[in-house]
Structure formats: structure tokens, C-alpha cells
Design a protein around this ligand. Structure first.
Ligand SMILES: C[S@@+](CC[C@H](N)C(=O)[O-])C[C@H]1O[C@@H](n2cnc3c(N)ncnc32)[C@H](O)[C@@H]1O
Length: 315
């Protein structure tokens, strides 16, 4: 029996989505059980509360679930009754309105979950700044990332009538512009706010276990891939983490694989393993966690942030 199997009775969840949710649970929740236990947790873009429920069941003292779409949040009512459900409280509203109210009330959270949300916004840095003002020691992010080794945010437009997408930002808007950051872009933004980044090692999943996890194993020519990471507060650092991120970045210029020119045309220059060739991070020593895979993903699976400010070892 895996965590989300209880949703099997809900006709909206088929076998495929339960399999996917259960595998994601292993990467989004299980590594952080010690952090979640007894904590106050904020779940941003909570949808029907499935991850809020998981966070509560994982031991959170309370979970505040922010969701803009009423029709999604009411589905939480059909979740199994019990203490885990009772510890979840929904706040309906646009996160852009809800977070300033929380900040004004001096609300604090120990842990913030941004699951499937960071690629549905245009104002990533503003959002992260607001989250930082809630003083979490841990922000868990599961998102799509642009597979560029550069610090970029790539814009796309998405339909606002899809209940998984951005809400309309202006009245009557049917397509909202949203930005998909690269890993380095997130690292820089996080570093400037005093957070280091640890990336989950999805490569540790055996190929046969990857079924149903579309998006997490995309290869070029695809340009975006799902990743999971944890932003940890690096208080008391001897050096500004943003400077460390810069120092690391400057010490490792972009490597590109040069392909042969084709007659009559300019050969494309594609980054080596876009998005994973450059292990950014802040204040960081990249260390393989036991069991973490070696290349083909040159970006070490789980990069730990340490206080030493050493340059990451080459992958
Ligand atoms: C892709 S879904 C992710 C849902 C959930 N976190 C999960 O992983 O299952 C994104 C959710 O964010 C909500 N959302 C989008 N923009 C929002 C906003 N500005 N404020 C609050 N919720 C928003 C959507 O309604 C949707 O439920």
C-alpha cells in the first residue's frame, strides 16, 4: 500500500496518476520527513489539497493550503476524515494577495511547499522574496525547469481555463504569460535571499521505475524538465551566498559542445547536457550522496549545500 492509494476510490484519479503521485511522494515528501515533523507548513497552489494532506500525514503540526480556484479546493472535502485532514486549513485566494496579508500579520512557517507552481508564475523573484519573509527554514520545490545552463527564465503562455494553470492575471485573460526558470536562475534568486539549493536525484530511480514519470527524464531536443529541490536557509554564513554563487559561476565558464558545421549552414552550438551540465549552487560543495548516480547526468544528483564555500567538484 503506497501513500496515495487511498485516492483510488476517487474516479478522478486513475491508476496512472496514482502511480505517478506515489513515486513523486518518495522524492517530494520522504526525504524531508524530519523537517516536516512538528512543523507549520504552507502549501502554495494546493489544488485539491493532495500534497497538503500528504504533508499533514507526514507529521506537520498544521498545513495552510493556498489555492485560488474554489472548484479545486472543495474536492478536499471528499478526503478521508481524521487528524491529518483536520490539520489542513485552506485559504482561498491569489497567492499575490494572500502572502502580503500573512507578512503583514507576521505569520511564520517552518516549511513551504511549491509543488507544480513555480512554472505557473511570472514573478518568481517577488514570490520567493515574499516566501523568504515568512522565514521558512526549508522550501521544497517541484517544478519544470528550462534545460539551459544559463541563468534564464523562458516565457510561455498557458491557457487559464485549465485548472492546473495560472489564473487569469487580467480580466478576461484566456492565455497568461508564465516563466519557466533554469536551475541556475533559481539558484541565483535563492542565494540572494539566503538560501542554498539541494537537488533531488531522480537519476537514482532505476529505468524500469521511471514509467509514468513523464517530464522528469526529458532529454534534448526537449527544452524543459521537471526537477525537485530544497531551498535551505543558510543563516550565519561567513560569506554572502549570492557572492558564492557568483564566484562559482565565474569560475566555470559555459562549456559547449561544438558540432561540425554543415555545408551552407551554421552549426548549432548546444550546451553539454543542457540544464544539468552546470551544477550551480551556492556555498556549495557538490557531494554525491551514497547511491547517487554518476553521469550521464553530469549535474550531481543531489547537491548538498555546505558552509565551506568550496568549489563544486567536477561531475
Ligand atoms: C499545477 S497545479 C499544482 C497543484 C498541486 N500543488 C499539486 O502539485 O498537485 C497549480 C495550482 O496552482 C493554482 N494557482 C495558480 N495560480 C495561482 C495563484 N496566483 N494563486 C493561488 N493559486 C494559484 C492552480 O489553481 C492550481 O491548482
Amino acid at each position: 500500500m503506497e501513500f496515495f492509494d487511498f485516492l483510488g476510490k476517487d474516479p478522478r484519479y486513475g491508476r496512472h496518476s496514482l502511480n505517478r503521485l506515489n513515486k513523486r511522494h518518495r522524492f517530494l515528501i520522504e526525504p524531508y520527513l524530519a523537517d516536516i515533523d512538528g512543523s507549520s507548513v504552507l502549501d502554495i497552489g494546493a489544488y485539491d489539497g493532495r500534497w497538503s494532506y500528504a504533508l499533514s500525514q507526514a507529521g506537520a503540526r498544521e498545513v495552510v493550503a493556498v489555492e485560488a480556484r474554489e472548484e479545486s479546493m472543495v474536492r478536499f472535502e471528499s478526503y478521508p476524515p481524521g487528524p491529518a485532514k483536520d490539520r489542513v486549513r485552506f485559504v482561498k485566494g491569489d497567492v499575490q494577495d494572500v502572502l502580503p496579508r500573512m507578512i503583514a500579520d507576521a505569520t511564520r512557517f517552518d516549511v513551504v511547499a511549491l509543488f507544480g507552481f513555480l512554472y505557473h508564475v511570472m514573478d518568481h523573484y517577488h514570490l520567493l522574496q515574499q516566501i523568504a519573509r515568512l522565514s521558512p527554514r526549508l522550501v521544497i520545490i517541484d517544478s519544470e525547469f528550462t534545460m539551459s545552463p544559463r541563468p534564464v527564465i523562458r516565457l510561455v503562455r498557458e491557457k487559464t481555463d485549465n485548472d492546473h494553470n495560472s489564473i487569469a492575471r487580467v480580466p478576461g485573460q484566456t492565455k497568461a504569460p508564465v516563466g519557466i526558470p533554469s536551475k541556475l536562475a533559481l539558484t541565483w534568486m535563492a542565494a540572494s535571499l539566503g538560501y542554498g539549493v539541494e537537488w533531488a536525484d531522480w537519476e537514482s530511480l532505476k529505468p524500469r521505475e521511471r514509467r509514468g514519470l513523464d517530464g522528469y527524464f526529458t532529454q534534448p531536443p526537449g527544452w524543459k524538465r521537471r526537477e525537485t529541490c530544497a531551498l535551505r536557509s543558510v543563516e550565519g554564513s561567513a560569506q554572502d551566498p549570492a557572492d558564492q554563487a557568483d564566484a562559482w559561476r565565474l569560475s566555470r565558464p559555459l562549456r559547449t559542445r561544438r558540432t561540425r558545421r554543415t555545408p551552407g549552414g551554421r552549426a548549432p552550438r548546444s550546451p553539454v547536457e543542457p540544464g544539468r551540465a552546470q551544477g550551480p549552487t551556492t556555498r556549495t560543495t557538490f557531494r554525491h550522496v551514497p547511491g547517487a548516480s554518476d553521469p550521464p547526468r553530469p549535474w550531481p544528483g543531489r547537491a548538498r549545500c555546505t558552509a565551506h564555500g568550496q568549489r563544486p567538484a567536477r561531475a
